[in-house]
Design a protein around this ligand. Structure first.
Ligand code: FES
Length: 300
């Protein structure tokens, strides 16, 4: 009988599934953080937008992780160099990098927690495991920094060595969240391919403030008559694929029913996160009683 191949993700998934508290506690934390953001109004929204990276047009968390992972990884490289050369400047470089990594871990964790507050259900366990491992890694690095300061270098090296391994497993989990669960990547389609006027619905079927979803060339589009203007943007929320036509209209904006991203109907532009992407945006006109749309521009 041929030997069964065991894949890394199988091992990790089995291990994560054996900790049921991850799903329960993770879901509660997710809900609590997102509720807190929504309850604190404009200030909470502003801080969350900052941490999601809505202003950047790219999730902020992976940008910050590069600093933390880079600092801790190269800190270990300098630890090895110091062991090989015995030079004090290599030891000092290692110690500074450990400190930089720990300092950058705080905003990195805050950005990650904010993203986690709007993560989809099936990714909750992986997200919680990722956060738990990162927290353990940070604790170990803080212990390492303290040990280095108190001249217990051997203990410092052991703690940062274990911390590095935790961080690398956690980084792998972070990759799973992006590439497998599609957290942080753009959902939906772009508007660019609809480059000609296309009739999509009779104008009298479009009632004031009642969004409608239509499929045009396999592209879901949300149409809404608002303040007697007709607007059309992509119907699939770029954050995680929520149905925008089921969202809540607020002035000239629509709020996604899944995680409350807000888009401007007039431009498809993102107004509030968690999304970091704009929606496809279409121009509209009414010809012979039909609403016609075409791509306004390619929104990035
Ligand atoms: S799917 Fe998450 S905000 Fe729309």
């Amino acid at each position: 009988m041929p030997a069964r191949v065991v894949y890394t993700d199988e091992v990790v998934n089995t291990a994560i599934a054996r900790i049921p508290v991850l799903r329960k506690a993770g879901a509660e934390i997710r809900h609590t953080v997102h509720s807190a953001v929504m309850k604190t109004g404009p200030v909470g929204r502003f801080v969350a937008d900052l941490l999601h990276g809505t202003w950047l047009g790219h999730p902020l968390h992976p940008v910050l992780t590069d600093i933390t992972i880079g600092a801790w990884f190269f800190g270990s490289v300098f630890d090895l160099l110091a062991a090989a050369t015995g030079l004090r400047r290599h030891r000092e470089a290692a110690d500074r990098l450990m400190e930089i990594g720990a300092m950058s871990a705080v905003p990195t964790a805050l950005a990650g927690l904010t993203d986690y507050s709007t993560i989809k259900q099936e990714a909750v366990e992986h997200g919680a495991a990722h956060a738990l491992l990162n927290s353990l890694a940070l604790t170990l690095y803080l212990g390492s920094i303290r040990a280095r300061h108190t001249r217990n270098r051997t203990l410092g090296l052991i703690l940062s060595g274990i911390g590095l391994q935790m961080m690398l497993i956690s980084a792998w989990l972070g990759g799973e969240l992006v590439y497998k669960h599609r957290i942080g990547v753009r959902h939906g389609q772009r508007s660019g391919k609809l480059d000609h006027w296309t009739s999509v619905i009779r104008a009298d079927e479009l009632l004031e403030s009642q969004p409608v979803r239509v499929d045009v060339d396999e592209m879901p589009v949300m149409l809404v008559r608002r303040y007697d203007q007709i607007y059309a943007i992509g119907a699939t929320c770029a954050h995680a694929g929520g149905p925008l036509e089921q969202g809540k209209l607020v002035d000239h904006c629509i709020q996604c029913p899944w995680h409350d991203s807000v888009y401007d109907l007039r431009t498809g532009g993102r107004v509030h996160g968690p999304t970091t992407y704009n929606q496809p945006h279409f121009r509209t006109q009414v010809v012979n009683g039909w609403v016609q749309i075409r791509a306004a521009e390619i929104n990035d």
